[in-house]
Design a protein around this ligand. Structure first.
Ligand SMILES: Cc1cc2nc3c(=O)[nH]c(=O)nc-3n(C[C@H](O)[C@H](O)[C@H](O)COP(=O)(O)O)c2cc1C
Length: 159
């Protein structure tokens, strides 16, 4: 038996995730970002992560850039998730960013980031799987922004 995409989306939405912004520098002054939750830690030795990206503009820009950074959003960064979650040009103008090794824009006050060179791209239907080798990164702190059942969520307070 097969299931329709709407049912698949709803079932997969029950798997709560964090939210990241995948960022890259396409040319010297041209940056790009995309909100993504299909992100996973893959390997410690070598240090690898993966993100699944739909075949579209972000996918093309990742291949041009050859690298990406993953910025892990905190509970008070929903505005950043919304900003990078639509189709079309999206840059980092007006945002306070730094760079690490690759030149990808690094967002401030996140829970942490990894800066990666693209190690391999694997086929995955209407998405591709971008495997990144971590060559930089920094740990932040705070509470995570979560995505669950098609909407934003936060960890329950234990107080
Ligand atoms: C919470 C959330 C998570 C998302 N995760 C992904 C993802 O992992 N991969 C992806 O390709 N698109 C994801 N999207 C959709 C993209 O952010 C958005 O549609 C994208 O910017 C459009 O792609 P394009 O720039 O290539 O046209 C997500 C959107 C939201 C709101």
């Amino acid at each position: 038996m097969t299931i329709d995409s709407d049912t698949q989306r709803k079932i997969m939405g029950m798997f709560a995730t964090g939210i990241t912004v995948v960022s890259m520098r396409i040319h010297d002054d041209e940056t790009w970002g995309m909100t993504a939750n299909a992100f996973t830690s893959l390997s410690l030795d070598p240090p690898l992560v993966l993100v699944a990206v739909k075949k579209g503009q972000t996918h093309e820009n990742l291949q041009k850039a050859g690298h990406f950074a993953i910025n892990i959003l905190s509970a008070d960064q929903q505005d950043l998730s919304d900003r990078f979650a639509f189709t079309g040009p999206k840059d980092f103008s007006g945002l306070d960013t730094t760079t690490d090794v690759t030149g990808a824009p690094i967002l401030q006050n996140t829970l942490g980031y990894v800066d990666c060179e693209i190690h391999e791209v694997l086929a995955g239907g209407d998405h591709d799987i971008f495997i990144g080798k971590i060559i930089g990164g920094k740990l932040g702190e705070g509470a995570p922004l979560l995505y669950f059942s098609g909407g934003y969520a936060e960890l329950a307070s234990d107080t």
